[in-house]
Structures are given as structure tokens and as C-alpha cells.
Design a protein around this ligand. Structure first.
Ligand code: I24
Ligand code: DGL
Length: 270
């Protein structure tokens, strides 16, 4: 089983921020990724629809014989993980619990901020997860719906991005948060602007990176780590839309050559 791949699912390409971390932290593991580019974004969709689409991606990845499944999407984690996980016999990891664990560890004044898509915000998944562990922690949660379109229009480091980041995060300046969870796959791209605006006294938590650390722990816990350190992990990419755009972004972001995603139709998967 140790030689089987780890599956990653996402609403589109944002989950590649999680894959990049996996390639860094777990270079010997084989990776299979599916992005539902045709139906992105998930952020504004009703929860039932996110559950349906996420089930389709899950079933697709199960057919690839994965040993572990990672929900590399905050919205899918918030709205579908608890529904799907009880039905699976392999370990399933989302991005929300690892992010909250890191934030709880990082905060010193017991005040944590969270930014996310509309769907994740409405689910209150981050707030609930933090309060389940410690109800005394103060959490200020906010949707930042302008951030995903900003990144996807390639404007994550422009003057417009700076303006949108400042306007969106202004309410946090009136709080004393010392930790901010980046509760969406795209937000690490805006990290420099967010850090600049909030200042060095606020620690930013990348949920995706934390999730990969947790995958690493779980692989060991379940004796699933690929211990062959001469094995260069393989990476396979699937997308539900035309692959050209996916290949362009993934090649640039992951620094891989010869990356060819395969287009698949998962809405017919049974
Ligand atoms: N980043 C993302 N998605 C895109 C993009 C991007 N185009 C440029 N960059 N497009 O996600 C997805 C298709 N969209 C188009 C607009 O309508 C909706 C569908 C973030 C990827 C994070 C790994 C910017 C960009 C890039 C290369 C690497 C990283 C990056 F071109 F952010
Ligand atoms: N991947 C999604 C998330 O992390 C962001 C993009 C979307 O809304 O589909 O929430």
C-alpha cells in the first residue's frame, strides 16, 4: 500500500498551493490531483452542490487506488468533508483542522482571525473547530470574496491587489488579532500584501501547508509512508475543463516541465 498515490481534490487550480507543499515536504510520494475547473468557483455555491461535486471527485480519485485523500480546498472541506469522510475506508485529511491547530498554537493573546470564501465563512467551520478545542479563544471570521478573482486575473501583486487587500482587511486593524488563518487555497499568493498591511505582529497561517504536515504525520501513523528515498514521486493531474490553461498555471507554479493534465468528465462517474 505504501506505493499507492495520495489523492488531492480541489475546485480548480488553487489546490496546487497544497500540491506544491506536498512536493516540498513529501518528495517521494506519488500524487494524483483533480481540479474541478469546469465548475469553479465553489465559494459562492450552495453546500449541497459542493457536496455533490466533491463526491464526484472523491469517487474519481478512489478509482486511482489512492492510499489517502486530501481535500485541498477550504470550501470542500468546510461543506463536504464531514459528509463524505464516514463513508471512506482510507484516511481523509482536510485543510481546516490543521489550520486551526497551527493557529491555536501560534496565538499568544487568544485572538485569531480567519479569512475565507463566502461558503467557508457561512459554514462557520473554522470558528467551530477552534471553539471545540478552546471556547475561550476569540475568533474574528470574515469572507474575502474579492481575493479569488483577484488572483485568477493574475493581479496578486499589483496596485489594485494592494488596494483590495487593504480595504478587505481594514476591519482587522480594529481588532487585536495576532494570528490570521488564510482559509482559502488562493490566499498564499496574496501573502506578501497581507503581511505588509497587517504588520509583522500578526502571524499568517497557511492551512494548506499545515494540512501537508498532517498528511506526513498520518502516513507514519498508518504505516503508509513511501520509505524508498530513491523514488522520485510522480505527479498526475486531471481537470474537468480544457487542460491548456491548467497546464500553463501548474507548470509555472510547480516549476515542472512536461506537465500534461488530462481532461476528464466526472459528472458521469459512478
Ligand atoms: N491563478 C489561478 N487561477 C487562474 C491564476 C489563474 N490565471 C492566472 N493566475 N485561472 O488560481 C483559473 C481559470 N479562471 C479564469 C478566470 O475565470 C475563472 C476561471 C490560483 C493558482 C494558484 C496556484 C495567476 C497565477 C499563474 C501562475 C501561477 C500562480 C498564479 F498564472 F496565481
Ligand atoms: N479552492 C477554493 C477554496 O479553498 C477557492 C476557490 C473556489 O471558490 O472554488 O476555498
Amino acid at each position: 500500500m505504501v506505493n499507492q498515490p495520495i489523492g488531492f481534490l480541489d475546485s480548480g487550480v488553487g489546490g496546487l498551493t497544497v500540491v506544491k507543499e506536498a512536493m516540498r515536504q513529501l518528495p517521494h510520494e506519488d500524487i494524483v490531483f483533480i481540479g474541478d475547473q469546469a465548475r469553479l468557483p465553489y465559494g459562492p455555491r450552495p453546500a449541497e452542490q459542493v457536496q455533490e461535486f466533491t463526491w464526484q471527485m472523491t469517487n474519481f480519485l478512489l478509482q486511482k487506488n489512492i492510499k489517502m485523500l486530501v481535500f485541498a480546498c477550504n470550501t470542500a472541506t468546510a461543506e463536504a468533508l464531514s459528509v463524505i469522510k464516514p463513508h471512506l475506508s482510507i484516511p481523509v485529511v482536510g485543510v481546516i483542522l490543521p489550520g486551526t491547530r497551527a493557529a491555536i498554537k501560534a496565538t499568544h493573546n487568544n485572538h485569531i482571525g480567519v479569512i475565507s470564501t463566502e461558503g467557508t465563512y457561512k459554514s462557520q467551520a473554522y470558528v467551530q473547530a477552534i471553539h471545540e478545542r478552546n471556547p475561550d479563544l476569540e475568533v474574528t471570521s470574515m469572507a474575502a470574496p474579492k481575493f479569488v478573482p483577484l488572483v485568477e486575473s493574475n493581479q496578486f501583486d499589483t496596485p489594485l491587489a494592494k488596494k483590495v487587500v487593504e480595504e478587505t482587511l481594514a476591519p482587522f486593524k480594529k481588532t487585536n488579532i495576532d494570528t490570521l488563518i488564510l482559509g482559502c487555497t488562493h490566499y498564499p499568493l496574496l501573502r506578501p500584501l497581507i503581511q505588509d498591511f497587517l504588520g509583522d505582529s500578526v502571524e499568517l497561517i497557511d492551512s494548506g501547508a499545515e494540512a501537508v504536515s498532517e498528511v506526513s504525520v498520518l502516513l507514519d501513523y498508518f504505516d503508509l509512508t513511501n520509505a524508498n528515498n530513491t523514488h522520485q514521486g510522480s505527479r498526475k493531474f486531471y481537470t474537468t475543463a480544457a487542460p491548456e490553461m491548467f497546464d500553463l498555471i501548474a507548470t509555472q507554479w510547480l516549476g515542472l516541465t512536461d506537465l500534461r493534465a488530462q481532461e476528464v468528465n466526472i459528472s458521469e462517474e459512478k
